[in-house]
Design a protein around this ligand. Sequence first.
Ligand code: BES
Ligand code: MN
Length: 437
Amino acid sequence: MADALPGVLDDLKDLVRIPSVGADPDRHDEVRRSAAAVAALYSAEGLDTQVVEVEDGLPAVIARHPAPPGKPTVLLYAHHDVQPEGDPANWDTPPFEPTERKGRLYARGAADDKAGVAAHLAAIRAHAGEPPVGVTIFAEGEEESGSRSLPEILRQHHDLLASDVIVIADSGNWDIGVPALTTSLRGGVNVVVRVDTLDHAVHSGMFGGVAPDALTVLVRLLATLHDEHGNVAVDGLISGPAADLDYPIDRLRTEAGILDGVELIGEGSVVERLWTKPAISVLALDATPVDKTSNTLSPSARAVVGLRVAPGDSATRALERLKDHLVAHAPWGAKVTIEKESVGEPCSVDATGPAYDAARAAFREAWDGTDPVDAGVGGSIPFIAEFREAFPDAAILVTGVEDPDTRAHGANEGLHLGEFAKVCHAEALLLQRLADL
Ligand code: BES
Ligand code: MN
């Protein structure tokens, strides 16, 4: 593995130079370029590789090494699309210029999830292009923008993607030096909620006090989403049981960067609040920008509301509950419309059986004797529920490169290179152990 790593890192750097931002229609050609670059890397290892794309979707890559007789087939999942970089001014170095500093590689996608794409490449190279099991790599191209094509891709390419074990390298580890197997993920529901109160903007002195402005209404509406303790106040959402893992509050405050004096929200243990309860956050707002203000009442305003759905709940049902709540709580008879929505289902994994034993042994070996922790995460990978529906008998192993300071989706996203080497090593070892089962 040590021999393969420098080349893999160079390839990862080339991949992150491509701004494959799925949420930005102006960059869909970059997502296509990214798919082609990923396909070229796998194809060069001798894998039978194709780029697949369905109408109105973004391209995924499928690359296959047939199973040697009697050996299982392992599907290796990652995604090559990335989140928007946000304001480049918030980055210490340009977001699409990979930069190494103090043991990390910084760039959008350096971790989430082009590192997953690269880890699979490393595992193949560690076996000199001839892994001891069947391997199908599936590199999705629209994970960060809602995975809309997935059901259709899984339907069209069902036979190509069939596998006994699936490794999803898009989550993370418990800490630097402590690996994890992710055993539950929340689902994700986003809506764009729009409030209309006036048919045109009016002078705030002339009509303020009688005519409700849309931004005030929106803010009041958003404030109904939590109770005074910060618990989610939408009726009908499910919470799961507490996971048995201590996440010290001091550690959480540091890792999340919570300012001194700012209180935590919600009730229950930390991991319950992060992994097995719903959470709601206001993610974005469209209104008059501060430096464009002109003492007018806004006729309309919009917000993105993100709801994380607990494992065991149904994201589709939770979306209906959220929409009902927003419409029912419209202050002062304001017009509330849900303009856009997306849904990813939660999942939990029964992490027992030979594939999990093999994974734990591979992790322990790669992390020099440290056992992996069974951990939940609060984020979402919609692919897992979709895949499970298509292939109910496959064992699902959720791994990944993220660590508590990865800053995925934020400015200065960075891959910890020491941990990345271990993730690659563990995956190569896992393929061998699965062959030996
Ligand atoms: N890698 C993340 C999922 C994740 C987040 C795993 C946090 C472990 C910890 C994945 O790429 C992601 O960000 N998913 C989106 C899905 C959404 C667009 C449906 C998410 O969770 O926001
Ligand atoms: Mn992500």
